[in-house]
Design a protein around this ligand. Structure first.
Ligand SMILES: [Zn+2]
Length: 145
């Protein structure tokens, strides 16, 4: 009887070790991320931290821009903090002293170019919708600034 207990404890201890190792190997796939709302709330609560990491960027403005973009493109992300970090890195590249000259992209509506307003963005992967025609705008001009 005593032997059996000992064995069981040994097995449990071994299982625990395996679990710990698995956690080290694949922590992301095992852990479920909080909901989008919670993740955004967390980003919001860390604005000061982000501002320290990206001092040249208006974090709140970029966060609003990212949320608009996600809404406009109907995109879902698993890890919004990771996505936001990449978003901010991208922003530093377009405003900073990057050796690559930043470009600006003009998005125009294909339906009624004369009357619909153009959008200008430094990103080439934005999705702007025309308020009038409800159609997605396409890049019609690339300007090196
Ligand atoms: Zn239009």
């Amino acid at each position: 009887m005593k032997n059996k207990d000992a064995n069981l404890n040994e097995i449990l201890a071994r299982l625990k070790k395996i679990e710990t190792r698995l956690e080290e190997i694949a922590p992301v796939s095992k852990r479920k991320l909080p909901s989008k709302k919670d993740q955004i709330a967390q980003i919001n609560s860390e604005i000061d931290v982000w501002a320290q990491k990206f001092p040249s960027i208006d974090i709140e403005f970029e966060l609003a821009k990212m949320l608009d973009w996600l809404k406009a493109t109907n995109k879902r992300k698993k890890d919004y903090r990771a996505f936001f970090r990449n978003w901010l890195r991208k922003s530093t590249n377009t405003v900073g002293n990057d050796p690559v000259a930043p470009q600006s992209y003009t998005y125009s509506c294909a339906i009624d170019k004369a009357n619909c307003k153009d959008e200008i963005s430094s990103f080439k992967d934005m999705s702007f919708y025309c308020d009038e025609c409800n159609k997605i705008k396409a890049i019609t001009k690339v300007t090196r600034s």
